[in-house]
Write a protein that binds this ligand. Sequence first.
Ligand SMILES: *[C@@H]1O[C@H](CO)[C@@H](O)[C@H](O)[C@H]1NC(C)=O
Length: 326
Amino acid sequence: MALVHRFIGLIAVMIVEESVKGFRFYGAVDGLSMEYYAMRCPMAEITVRNTVNRAVDSDATLAAGLLRMHFHDCFIEGCDGSILIDSTKDNKAEKDSPANVNLRGYEIIDDAKKELEVRCPGVVSCADILAMAARDAVIWAGGPFYDIAKGRKDGRRSKIEDTINLLSPTHNISELIRGFTRRGFNVQEMVALSGGHTLGVAKCSSFKNRLSKFDSTNDIDPTLDEDFAKTLTGKCSAGDGEEVAFDETRNEFDNAYFSTLWRNSGLLSSDQTLFTSSQTKGFVNMYTANQAIFFNHFSQAMVKMSTIDVKEGSKGEVRENCRKIT
Ligand SMILES: *[C@@H]1O[C@H](CO)[C@@H](O)[C@H](O)[C@H]1NC(C)=O
């Protein structure tokens, strides 16, 4: 009897799947779409938004954390939630890479996931939660609204060695361009995405190589403003973990970051080089002069980034716990 019930249940599920496929907006059932959760889990977007808002209301610096986490997820193995995986005794995961140790906001993804597992178990992927959370963090901080397609599945691979493909703050302009091109971005999109540094801070360990006191050749980076270099040197004397904001409005999403480059006060070498290099300077000028254009280009580049190598359909899973591969 139980078996018969299960069989009938299975057929019912198949019929529902078929009728869902019939809806125009589900065009590609396994692919991404704006309305992916409209019927599968109508509360998905609002649940993520409320969770993010609650978290950043109590700690505004988490907005930068979520944006950066999404970026680091997408650049390695695509936007598949692989950054969220915890290491196990058999597997060193991406998050334990030196490039990722300062990422923050994992608990926000866990909180949203927990709530969504109650509302619609097994439906909303961790990769989608992260993509929506980064978007909502940008909006919370005063940045542009952009809609993203949903339907990413969670990847089953998260290996520390894959993170060697992450960009480094010491990369020169050709290395930066190569890194972004490999992910399908042009130079303009690279500069727009770099504007994400309008949120957050960097630790001294990421830029002290530019300061004479900490540099073996005893030279100060010539592209660094001298007074700013003195300030940074003082700050970094307290240790590698000291934090400095990228711009004067660290929790506001605006175009102030680009003005710092004009003042030769870009924090990382990879920031300042966007202004000193002829291939990118024009975009920095444009975004400094016009925040609306920056917002527009940033949104478009984020939409593009959020679809890098997504695992659709059976290429991934929907994890119950974002930290564990099922
Ligand atoms: C950037 O670095 C690479 C490798 O480290 C080097 O080959 C190249 O000449 C550098 N490019 C510029 C513009 O400095």
